[in-house]
Design a protein around this ligand. Structure first.
Ligand SMILES: [Zn+2]
Length: 315
């Protein structure tokens, strides 16, 4: 809960805590996450504290009531989390959000939407939420996150209360690649066996590296390269998310931008050399597209064949 950030984020903690206790929350926050490695969990703690029906009764924020548990499980209907679809947050994602909020009746006391990468709002997607940010509904709270607020369009920035998280000793740079991947794919779920996940993550990267050297031939070895490690729907989603992030960092390397998760190594440098920027963007888009199919219970063998053919540009 928010109280666990009392020491690591004293200023932002104080501002948000006071706002919650006095019912004086802003309708839109833009949180600069800087190097703070735990920003998503921090945000969810804030949201829980904001929505918890017991927030004023419990001295320390609750975290254990039924509603807090539903929020933890990711199934609370009044919270929407928007992540970039591909490289950008798309206009349609925001229009759908507004439609949904306008038609559904409010269950709790407030609704929250979170945009995890506000710097990935382009002009057209930004325009579609300006009105939303401008004419705040009392029950609606927007939380936008960005590593650096100056990468966020000024039209958005000017409509939000800005909070800056302090980067802590355990800075993003000091976390290993595996730890960063765990943050983005499984969050703070503690019931996961570390060694198993670490092994799976490295198999997924091995798979991409193998594919980049062997192309269509990879299809012959899917059993050994993939099926032995990735089986459940959740694992497929995690695997695709990891591959997307891997290609994004290869793209970052090609564009001379700092990497987000994967420190450039020989594999990344080689893949960057063998793919032009267009090809990398296409591969990212294909992965995003196919990742979406996982939730429809698509036959996973077909999915992997389709993946390789899509990456090859055959389909
Ligand atoms: Zn609670």
């Amino acid at each position: 809960m928010l109280d666990s950030y009392k020491n690591s984020q004293p200023i932002v903690y104080k501002i948000l805590k006071n706002a919650i206790l006095n019912d004086k929350c802003s309708h839109a926050y833009l949180i600069e996450t800087g190097g703070f490695y735990d920003s998503i969990n921090f945000t969810m703690s804030f949201v829980k504290s904001l929505l918890c029906p017991l927030k004023k009764l419990a001295k320390e924020n609750c975290g254990n009531c039924h509603q807090c548990e539903v929020i933890d499980s990711g199934n609370f209907p009044e919270i929407e989390i928007i992540k970039p679809d591909g490289l950008w947050v798309k206009k349609e994602q925001l229009q759908n959000l507004q439609k949904e909020f306008n038609t559904k009746a409010l269950i709790g006391n407030k609704r929250v939407y979170i945009i995890t990468k506000a710097d990935r709002l382009n002009k057209s997607s930004a325009n579609s939420i300006l009105k939303f940010l401008e004419e705040p509904d009392n029950n609606l709270v927007a939380i936008l996150l960005a590593d650096n607020i100056y990468n966020v369009l000024s039209t958005i920035r000017s409509r939000c209360q800005i909070l800056k998280l302090k980067s802590t000793d355990i800075s993003k740079e000091k976390l290993s690649t595996i730890e960063k991947l765990k943050q983005i794919t499984i969050g703070s779920n503690k019931e996961i066996d570390d060694e198993v996940v670490t092994n799976k993550i490295s198999k997924i990267i091995d798979f991409v590296n193998y594919y980049e050297k062997n192309h269509l031939n990879t299809m012959l070895y899917i059993g050994k390269l993939w099926n032995e490690y990735i089986t459940s729907k959740e694992e497929f989603e995690m695997a695709f998310e990891i591959m997307i992030n891997y290609y994004k960092d290869i793209l970052n390397y090609s564009l001379n931008k700092p990497s987000e998760i994967f420190t450039p190594n020989d594999d990344i440098k080689n893949i960057s050399k063998n793919n032009d920027i267009n090809e990398l963007c296409q591969k990212i888009n294909k992965l995003v597209e196919l990742k979406d199919l996982i939730k429809y219970n698509i036959n996973t063998n077909l999915l992997m064949d389709k993946l390789i053919m899509s990456l090859e540009g055959v389909v």
